[in-house]
Write a new protein. Structure first.
Length: 41
């Protein structure tokens, strides 16, 4: 992970895109977990 950040650190646009995808993935996974939890209960 440190290597990826070091490589993408050269290009700010690429780093921004990389972190935005992590953010989208985290938010969507949290949303689905909450939805499944609500349906299960």
């Amino acid at each position: 992970m440190v290597l990826i950040i070091g490589v993408t650190g050269m290009n700010n646009q690429l780093t921004l895109k990389y972190w935005s995808w992590i953010g989208v993935f985290t938010v969507s996974s949290l949303f689905w977990c909450q939805l499944v939890w609500m349906l299960a209960h």
